[in-house]
Design a protein around this ligand. Structure first.
Ligand code: SAM
Length: 266
């Protein structure tokens, strides 16, 4: 996994004259073990900007069509969880974790690849208690900021999400005697096919997180916990994640562009 140092990520305040933002930027830079800098610093590739509205990531160097593009930030409030479409229980993710129409039970979930939190938020909005784990420190910071912002309008959803900055395999090994979720969800970076076109935010995340080439080991670690159900998000036509003893999943839920491979521990 590339790290914040590798991609030359630095933290700044914008606008620079605001003391409170400068203070927050200094605390964040220290917690990420990276540099605090000024706006326009040519010595970094990615700039994590502390603004009045939010924490956002800006691309300063790298692939030409990403530079100066829209800033990347997590926007949980933009996820539709209120309209009739947003409340439907037949979404593939919800079915994959075991939510059923007419059944009030909501599984507890560990999301081992939290990213910018869309899946975790959707699950929490539908009543699941979600432990979200993200190992890339900058992505974890963007998600923490988004949860805090979204908590204002949706406190009950935010309360159901607990974020940990950690590698999920390590976290699961440490929590094996204390945490017994109903379901584990995995959504490692999708493999990049020849024709694959990724949305810009995901391309920026890939600069930080890499390709998650250790996804088979993570699947193995989740199945070894003995959890009843493990759900893996994949592009619709991608091969299954390789596993030594599970040639194929027990169930598959298909959406328009993605599918969820579900493995049971019997
Ligand atoms: C495709 S993104 C996940 C997107 C997320 N499902 C969402 O809804 O926003 C994959 C994320 O998983 C994280 N990740 C991959 N392997 C991990 C591991 N072993 N532990 C923790 N995080 C991991 C990566 O750093 C990356 O941020």
């Amino acid at each position: 996994m590339p790290d914040a140092q590798h991609t030359r990520t630095a933290v700044c305040a914008d606008p620079p004259h605001e003391v409170a933002l400068q203070q927050r930027a200094a605390v964040l830079a220290a917690s990420l073990n990276t540099r605090k800098t000024r706006l326009g610093d040519p010595g970094c590739d990615l700039l994590l900007a502390v603004t009045r509205e939010r924490l956002e990531l800006r691309v300063l160097q790298g692939e030409a069509d990403l530079i100066g593009g829209h800033a990347v930030f997590a926007d949980l409030a933009a996820i539709d969880v209120d309209s009739p479409a947003g409340r439907r229980l037949d979404m593939p993710l919800l079915k994959a974790v075991g939510i059923k129409k007419g059944d009030a039970h909501r599984p507890s979930v560990i999301d081992c690849t939290a990213g910018l939190g869309e899946d975790a938020w959707l699950l929490a909005a539908h009543g699941c208690a979600v432990t979200a784990i993200e190992r890339q420190p900058v992505i974890a910071a963007l998600l923490q900021d988004a949860i805090e912002r979204a908590a204002g309008a949706a406190p009950s959803i935010a309360q159901r999400v607990t974020l940990h900055h950690a590698d999920a395999s390590d976290w699961l090994a440490q929590a094996k005697n204390t945490s017994r979720p109903d379901t584990i969800v995995l959504d490692p970076m999708f493999p990049l096919g020849r024709k694959a076109k990724e949305r810009k935010p995901m391309r920026v995340l890939r600069l930080l997180a890499g390709d998650d080439g250790d996804a088979p080991a993570l699947l193995d670690a989740t199945l070894s916990t003995g959890v009843h159900r493990v759900c893996v998000k994949r592009p619709l036509r991608a091969p299954v994640i390789w596993h030594a003893t599970r040639a194929k999943p027990d169930l598959v839920f298909k959406g328009k562009a993605v599918r969820f491979d579900v493995y049971f521990n019997h």
